[in-house]
Design a binder for this molecule. Structure first.
Ligand SMILES: C[S@@+](CC[C@H](N)C(=O)[O-])C[C@H]1O[C@@H](n2cnc3c(N)ncnc32)[C@H](O)[C@@H]1O
Length: 150
């Protein structure tokens, strides 16, 4: 993807009501007002909350949201230009039970409160096959310790 196209997508993400892009500081300083409030503030219901970590273009999050209307889905990825696709499709097709969060998965425990999340999906994550990169694998023990709190 060309850099112009990426910039256009970043700009559109800023205007999308279903995209949330807290800064690292907001998350780490505990100033992120959606932590513990995703259901009421974003989805306006009390349905179960499902996360897709490393959602890429968000195809799974969007498709799951279409299939399971009684659940809320949040696709999470650091690459905003990728999940722009899912966010735009959700807006165009009026799918209101899916949202997207741009953050590093390493910061995820700053974005969700204990017992706030009901299900986590990790579909086709980066395999991180080089030994030095294994600590970045989303299924690495350090990551699992974060998810278990939810
Ligand atoms: C191989 S792609 C898979 C995308 C999607 N799950 C699918 O199956 O099409 C992995 C995705 O995880 C994201 N990712 C990897 N490590 C991440 C991290 N630490 N924090 C946030 N996103 C991450 C990448 O940006 C990428 O979009």
């Amino acid at each position: 993807m060309g850099s112009k196209n990426k910039l256009r997508r970043f700009k559109e993400n800023e205007a999308f009501a279903n995209v949330f892009q807290p800064t690292r500081d907001e998350l780490v300083s505990s100033n992120f007002n959606l932590k513990g409030n995703w259901r009421t503030a974003v989805f306006k219901n009390d349905n179960p909350l499902v996360l897709e970590l490393g959602c890429g273009k968000g195809e799974y999050s969007v498709a799951l949201a279409q299939k399971y209307l009684n659940k809320n889905f949040i696709g999470i990825d650091i690459k905003g230009a990728r999940f722009w696709r899912g966010a735009k499709t959700a807006i165009e097709e009026n799918i209101n039970n899916v949202a997207f969060l741009r953050t590093q998965i390493e910061l995820i425990d700053h974005a969700f409160a204990e017992n706030e999340v009901d299900e986590i999906w990790i579909t086709f994550p980066d395999p991180q096959i080089k030994y030095k990169r294994t600590k970045h694998r989303m299924t690495n023990a350090e990551f699992l310790k974060r998810y278990i709190k939810f």
